[in-house]
Every structure is written in C-alpha cells, then in structure tokens.
Design a protein around this ligand. Structure first.
Ligand code: FES
Length: 265
C-alpha cells in the first residue's frame, strides 16, 4: 500500500448520481488484484474536512494505458466533492488496500452475483477472470435502470451476463435471487462470488447454507484508516461451531467465506 497521487483522466456521469472516474496510476495498475480497493481523500489539498478517506473498489483496470477506474454514488459531502473534479485534477488516495483474491486457486467456472453498486468489485473480478481463461457468468440485480450504462462495459468485456431489475425497466423483471434459487443446481460446478446490499447477502447465506453451497462475499463496511489500524471496520467471523473472531474488512477482507460471516440482526 502506498499514499499516491494520480491524474484524473475523466470523471463522467454514469447514471443518475453515479459517476465513473478514471485515474492514471501505473502503481495501482501493476499491483492491484481482485477485490482490492483504494481510499480517497475527499477534500482539496490542505483541507481536512471531511477528515476520513472514503473506500472505493477498483472497478476496472486498463493495463495498456496504466489507468484504473472506480464507480461511485454521490450520497454525501465526500462523494459530492469528488463529483466536482475533472480531467487534469489530481486525486489523493492510498492503495491498493485489502487482501488480493487468488484467482489461480479458483475453479474454471465463476458465478458472480451482484446487487446495485456491489457490481463494482465484480466487474474487475470478471475482467481478471476472463484474462485467465475462466468461464464467467455475471448475474446482477437492480431496483431500476440507473446503472444501464454498465451493460455497455459488460458487452465490451465479452462476459456472459443476465440483468434483473425490480421495476422491469432493464433486463428481466424480478429479483436476481429468484433466478439463482430456481436454478442453483446448474451452478454446482462454479465458484461463487457475491457483493451487494446486506439483505441480499443475508438471503444468499441462508439459502446456500440449506443447499451446502459455498460462496465468497465481498463485504462493504464504513471505514476510517483503511489499513487495519483503527478497528473501525470489524465484522464477526465464525470460529468453530460456536465462537467468533472480529476481523477487519479493510485488512483481513473484504473477501470472506459467506457462510462464516455473522450478520447482525
Ligand atoms: Fe481502520 Fe479497517 S478501517 S481497521
């Protein structure tokens, strides 16, 4: 992990209140793997408000151009500030953070299940997996069609995918979860990775447990230091049958075995 500064190459609207920012950084491009993230200072130079950096999954890497991108939703002061930045501005960030996922150890078939903005780390995972010759199926669910532009990226990447939206304005109408539970037997030869809202992860955990299906979840937690020093991002991870450890999402994760995570009620 390093403290870095990178030139912003673009910061474009990707959907209502959603932006995609492209940043030049040979260091991040060379050293970042699946499931890793960066921590961004969301204020001008010499300003320390907001004080805490914000974590963002690496969404894509264009190795040829030494460029990586993030996807973010504008929902507070920090991300509002980020949305005002443009080409040529310098981004202050640290990274790569989190444990790199070792895809060489995974099976040839990967099923990626994303919900809402949780597609961000799965997008990079699918690109890296395709580059290693894996067969990837992306199943993604949304409330509406706000992230419609992502479909263009999926097509460009050449990944197999199915999109579900609750209001029926994009892809197939309905919940991605319904599809998985209708057809989960098809996926027994897959390694499964999921990222999305907590209710989605909880349902997946419950249903997969019943079918003895293992999956890896990318957790998204509020963070402070982003590098394991403050314990601001701990989650409970099962230890044995009736005990648990606190693990730091930023340092020990963000990828954990879905069946090991103890979600608060
Ligand atoms: Fe500080 Fe994770 S954010 S330990």
């Amino acid at each position: 992990m390093r403290l870095l500064k990178g030139e912003i190459l673009s910061n474009e609207k990707y959907g209502p209140d959603i932006y995609k920012m492209e940043i030049f950084s040979p260091y991040i491009v060379k050293n970042t793997g699946a499931s890793q993230f960066i921590n961004i200072k969301c204020a001008p130079e010499n300003v320390r408000d907001p004080l805490l950096r914000r974590p963002f999954s690496v969404f894509d890497i264009e190795a040829k151009f030494n460029v990586f991108s993030i996807l973010y939703l504008v929902k507070g002061r920090g991300t509002r500030y980020m949305s005002t930045l443009g080409r040529g501005d310098i981004l202050d960030f640290s990274g790569p953070l989190g444990k790199k996922l070792d895809l060489t150890a995974s099976r040839d078939n990967l099923l990626l299940i994303g919900g809402g903005m949780g597609i961000a780390p799965l997008n990079l995972l699918s690109k890296l997996g395709l580059g290693m010759g894996k067969n990837i199926l992306m199943l993604a669910g949304f409330a509406d069609s706000r992230l419609l532009r992502w479909e263009r990226d999926l097509v460009r990447m050449g990944v197999k995918y199915r999109i579900f939206s609750e209001d029926g304005t994009w892809g197939e109408k309905g919940l991605v979860l319904d599809h998985i539970f209708d057809e989960y037997r098809v996926f027994t030869s897959h390694d499964i990775f999921c990222c999305g809202p907590l209710p989605m992860l909880k349902v997946l955990q419950k249903e997969f447990k019943g079918e003895n299906i293992e999956a890896t979840a990318f957790l998204e937690e509020k963070m402070a230091c982003g590098m394991g020093a403050c314990n601001g991002c701990v989650v409970k991870i099962k230890k044995g049958s009736d005990d648990f450890n606190y693990k730091r999402v930023c340092r020990d994760g963000p990828a954990f075995g879905l069946s090991e995570v103890i979600f608060d009620e």
